[in-house]
Design a protein around this ligand. Structure first.
Ligand SMILES: [Zn+2]
Ligand SMILES: [Zn+2]
Length: 277
């Protein structure tokens, strides 16, 4: 799998010169496996991806972790949606209140957006997921509900022996009263276990988290504890707070990793990062 990060900022695009290194676009990760094109989330980063995507690609699979605006705001600006020769599949979590199609239509309607889903030259194909397993090309996908306000999925992508796990918004402390000591009761464990690369929410410091319990996000400390519990090879801290400059992110990272001896790699995710698994 060839993986490219087009956005790893949380909550709100933040194109500030002080955020230049880690980037200002919200969640979007591209995964290519041969001709198979999978996109994780449609945050503002998907707009640039659409501009640079290989025009030969005729089928695109967009896996939405959830429908918070920072993970969907780029959809209407994704050029392939306006190309009748490209089939776009949209996957997202099921919900008891409304079908996925109706929830997506809320974005593609007044007063939020001028183009309706039905106005697109080719209607996207909608796939509702819950705790599901399926294949796209030769990539095996596993989805599972994880703890975050509103229905939210974590994704596990397996190609050959390589595993990528994606959980940009995830509040680990809400999943278990005894985190991180009970793998079977830890939200997202099945998705991330033994992954080669895990993109995971690490928005706060441990102190900040205490004032934001229930907002749906994790501290860097908790993300690292989760990476250790899941025996991942590499953890990429994701969903950076829009208020945090490059300098502040690096200070947070240094403060929380200084006294740790870890047997896996931990990094701050950077927009533009590329990986090969
Ligand atoms: Zn988010
Ligand atoms: Zn969210």
């Amino acid at each position: 799998m060839k993986i490219t990060v087009w956005g790893c900022r949380g909550s709100l695009p933040s194109p500030d010169p002080e955020n230049f290194k880690y980037g200002g676009n919200t969640s979007c990760v591209q995964v290519m496996h041969g001709d198979t094109c999978i996109i994780l989330d449609a945050g503002s980063g998907i707009q640039r991806l659409g501009k640079y995507l290989n025009p030969e690609i005729r089928e695109i699979h967009i896996l939405l972790s959830h429908l918070h605006i920072d993970h969907t705001m780029g959809l209407g600006f994704f050029l392939p949606l306006y190309n009748p020769n490209v089939a776009v599949h949209l996957y997202g979590p099921s919900a008891t209140v409304e079908p996925l199609l109706h929830r997506l239509r809320r974005y593609f309607s007044a007063p939020l957006f001028p183009v309706r889903l039905n106005d697109l030259p080719r209607h996207p194909l909608i796939h509702e997921l819950d705790d599901s397993t399926f294949e796209i090309g030769n990539v095996k996908i596993q989805s599972a509900f994880i703890s975050h306000p509103g229905p939210t999925l974590g994704y596990r992508l397996t190609a050959g022996n390589s595993v990528l796990a994606y959980m940009p918004d995830h509040e680990l402390q809400m999943g278990s009263s005894n985190f991180p000591n009970e793998p079977d009761w830890t939200s997202g464990y099945e998705i991330a276990k033994d992954a080669d690369l895990l993109f995971h929410d690490g928005e706060y410091t441990a102190d900040e988290y205490l004032t934001k319990i229930g907002w749906g996000h994790s501290s860097m400390e908790d993300a690292i504890a989760f990476g250790k519990l899941c025996r991942v090879k590499k953890l990429s801290l994701f969903h950076h707070d829009p208020m945090n400059s490059d300098k502040r992110l690096e200070k947070m990272y240094q403060d929380c990793t200084r006294n740790l001896s870890l047997d896996f790699e931990v990094e701050l995710c950077c927009e533009g990062n590329a990986y090969e698994l």
